[in-house]
Design a protein around this ligand. Structure first.
Ligand code: PBG
Ligand code: ZN
Length: 334
């Protein structure tokens, strides 16, 4: 008769993983994944106007700032070691081609100038897209209901050049138009901006997790949806194709977005490319944690740290997250 070995009956277990979990010091010693404020990029919203600091109702704890006050958002970030931000704009006026997005005095350009002057060391990234600036809310120009690809690229080229003129260090195109990275690299290089990097939203899914952001940026499409240009959430192989194209066209950082429902995709992009990988911990992921914590259902701080750790563990080098300040604060002061 064979003996069934159970833990209570054996004094001779060879492998006891619990041995490495016996104290905080030992757990720290063998911890595989760490978070650091250097890895965070904080998204910021600039809106047209004066003396505005308006809490975004769909994203508790996040604000829309007018250019004259946006600097107030920076000191609390720098105080905990977050030195990179990505700017989004909400313009005064929208039109069919999103003119404010490439205007010298556009809303993001104003925000950039305000920050560049005050914080020379701050790393300034800009989101490059049309959807916040078009009256129809799509990420490209329209012909009827069709979102035109190639006709959108020159507008994005103008947008990045005006961002760089206003002080941007890196540009992050998020519109999922084919050929964007090549077109932007060409425009930047032609103007001598060879040192300005491109963080590509290379793998961006048509996700319902963007809901709170669209409410914040007033950028939901008026008609239709984004499934004609953003990726189908069911596709993983296609992510590698998108990433490859952007790497070939000169992307410096490859982003996967959203993060949490796509950890497998982050992992496979990490393993397939030697570029740094960024992940966008998007608005829906943020607001779900915030509202569940406010309702007393979860420990918000712990879930925040666990979530960010999971994104790093999946393979992201960089995390764009609305939690940047809070998480850096926990890392710094416990
Ligand atoms: C614009 C853009 C979006 C986000 C970042 N850039 C919205 C969208 O594609 O509809 C989403 C960010 C978030 O949800 O936090 N193209
Ligand atoms: Zn867009």
């Amino acid at each position: 008769m064979t003996m069934i070995r159970t833990e209570t009956l054996t004094g001779d277990l060879v492998e006891r993983p619990r041995r490495l979990r016996t104290s905080p010091v030992l757990r720290g010693l063998v911890r595989e994944t760490r978070l650091h404020p250097d890895q965070f990029v904080a998204p910021l919203f600039v809106e047209a106007g004066f003396d505005v600091k308006r809490e975004i109702s769909s994203m508790p704890g996040q604000y829309r700032w007018s250019p004259d006050r946006i600097a107030e958002a920076i000191d609390p970030l720098l105080a905990v070691g977050v030195r990179s931000v990505i700017l989004f704009g909400i313009p005064e006026e929208k039109d069919p081609i999103g003119s404010d997005s490439f205007h010298e005095h556009g809303i993001v350009q104003q925000g950039l100038r305000a920050l560049r002057e005050r914080f020379p060391e701050l790393f300034l990234i800009t989101d490059v897209c049309l959807c916040e600036y078009t009256d129809h809310g799509h990420c490209g120009v329209l012909d009827g209901d069709r979102v035109l690809n190639d006709e959108t690229l020159p507008l994005l080229q103008r947008q990045v050049l005006s961002h760089v003129d206003a002080g941007a260090d890196m540009v992050a195109p998020s519109g999922m138009m084919d050929g964007t990275i090549g077109a932007l690299r060409e425009a930047l290089d032609a103007e001598g901006h060879t040192e300005v990097g491109i963080m590509s939203y290379a793998v961006k899914y048509a996700s319902a997790y963007y809901g709170p952001f669209r409410a914040a940026a007033e950028s939901a499409p008026q008609r239709g949806d984004r499934r004609g240009y953003q990726m189908d959430p069911a596709n993983a192989r296609e992510a590698l194709r998108e990433a490859r194209l952007d790497a070939e066209q000169g992307a410096d950082i490859l982003m996967v977005k959203p993060a949490l429902a796509y950890l497998d995709v982050i992992r496979s992009v990490r393993e397939s490319f030697d570029l740094p990988v960024a992940a966008y911990n998007v608005s829906g992921e943020y607001s779900m944690i915030k509202t569940a914590a406010a309702a007393g259902l979860i420990d918000g701080r712990a879930v925040m740290m666990e979530t960010l750790t999971s994104i790093r563990r999946a393979g992201a080098d960089v995390i764009l997250t609305y939690f940047a300040r809070e998480a850096a604060e926990v890392l710094r002061h416990g």
